[in-house]
Design a protein around this ligand. Structure first.
Ligand SMILES: *Cc1c(COP(=O)(O)O)cnc(C)c1O
Length: 372
């Protein structure tokens, strides 16, 4: 029997979450963002659940090639555009749309011998100060692109730094709208947080997004946790990570657990030893410390880790679970066998991280199965 840890990808949950994105942006087309191998879920594994999207957005040419290999003929957008001249050949041959965020990418296009004109998304730095043309230079970049025979259609795009928090998006939207006001072309603005938090007729009018770009919400994690959890947004976990108890220890008062003896039992207690560790992608850090641990479900019932996370094992408190023991099901995040859900966001928070990082870090040694 293989080591009992395994992940499940829930196709129905992906479909449900995609429908949630559509419901929040009824007039926009949806780019399903599948960068980082679909946020760690695997492009091939999420394809069935997300193929109802209008397009796929990602960073990596190899991932784009894999999507074409799966039979996807619709739009694919390279969110960071090309990294070198010859990438443009692949954009032509794989029919990829690509972001243009800097002068060097326009230079490359200008000398590219294309098979057919390219569709590009011109990116504005509306305040986040990562990629994109500053508003004052945006029109000149557009004019230069527009004069190139290699370019067919130019869309407008920007990315929000604070859609998930109190600062909000109004300032960036105003900057973007002012700089694109009389330019023709489609527009793409919203990530998951903007899709969920900045909806309704008034926001929709200002945002005027022809294409929205949700990522994290598709996978059933919340973009603005801990303010709102995934249940608040009606999202379902697309990934469950499960394992089993492979050992049990009965502790006496004063007994310690794990490396560094960071946890000591105050009273007699039973602990379960679980086949999961940081080499599986579980976070070693625990913000609650060795005492408070990280939430975990045993037989679908909430309990916590005690002591340090090691490479292959964690230790969990079985006090609330007198019937649990060898072989009991452990859900590290996602849905348990009894239907209970432990949001990946809660697990990440206990480790001082976010759901995004945790799902992207699922280790290659964990077997993954796609289920309905
Ligand atoms: C990753 C990414 C997104 C998706 O962000 P989420 O917060 O996961 O919804 C959207 N747009 C761009 C440019 C991105 O890089």
């Amino acid at each position: 029997m293989p080591r009992p840890i395994h992940a499940q990808i829930h196709t129905e949950a992906l479909r449900h979450n995609l429908a949630r994105a559509r419901q929040s942006s009824p007039d926009a087309r949806v780019w399903a963002v599948v960068k980082a191998n679909a946020y760690g879920h695997g492009i091939e594994r999420v394809y069935e659940g997300l193929r109802g999207a209008d397009g796929f957005a990602l960073l990596d040419l190899d991932e784009a090639r894999r999507l074409r290999g799966l039979g996807w003929r619709g739009p694919i957008l390279l969110l960071e555009g090309v990294f070198e001249q010859r990438d443009l050949e692949l954009c032509s041959s794989l029919d990829l749309w690509h972001v243009v965020h800097c002068e060097q990418q326009i230079d490359m296009l200008a000398v590219h011998k294309t098979h057919g004109p390219h569709r590009v998304f011109l990116k504005m730095n509306s305040g986040m100060n990562r990629l994109g043309f500053r508003p004052a230079h945006y029109r000149a970049a557009w004019t230069r692109l527009n004069a190139l025979p290699q370019v067919d259609e130019i869309s407008h795009m920007t990315h929000f730094s604070d859609a998930d928090g109190p600062v909000g998006i109004a300032q960036q939207v105003a900057v973007f709208n002012a700089a694109t006001q009389d330019l023709p072309g489609e527009r793409s603005l919203s990530n998951s947080a903007a899709v969920l938090r900045h909806m309704g007729p008034r926001a929709a009018a200002a945002l005027r997004s022809d294409w929205v770009r949700p990522g994290i919400l598709l996978y059933g994690a919340s973009p603005d946790h801990p303010e709102h959890g995934p249940a608040h947004w009606g999202l379902q976990p697309a990934m469950s990570l499960r394992s089993r108890i492979i050992g049990v220890q009965q502790l006496q008062p004063g007994d310690a657990v794990g490396y560094g003896s960071t946890y000591r039992a105050a009273a007699p207690m039973r602990i379960g030893i679980v086949a999961c560790g940081y080499a599986d992608g579980y976070l070693r850090a625990s913000a609650g410390g060795a005492e408070r641990g990280t939430p975990v479900l045993v037989d679908g019932v909430l309990t916590r880790t005690v002591g340090r996370v090691s490479m292959d094992l964690i230790t969990v408190d079985l006090t609330p679970l007198p019937a649990a023991g060898m072989g009991s099901e452990v859900t590290l995040w996602g849905r348990a066998g009894n239907g209970a859900v432990l949001p990946i966001d809660d697990v990440a928070l206990a480790g001082g991280s976010v759901g995004y990082e945790l799902m992207c870090a699922l280790a290659p040694r964990v077997p993954v199965e796609v289920v309905a």
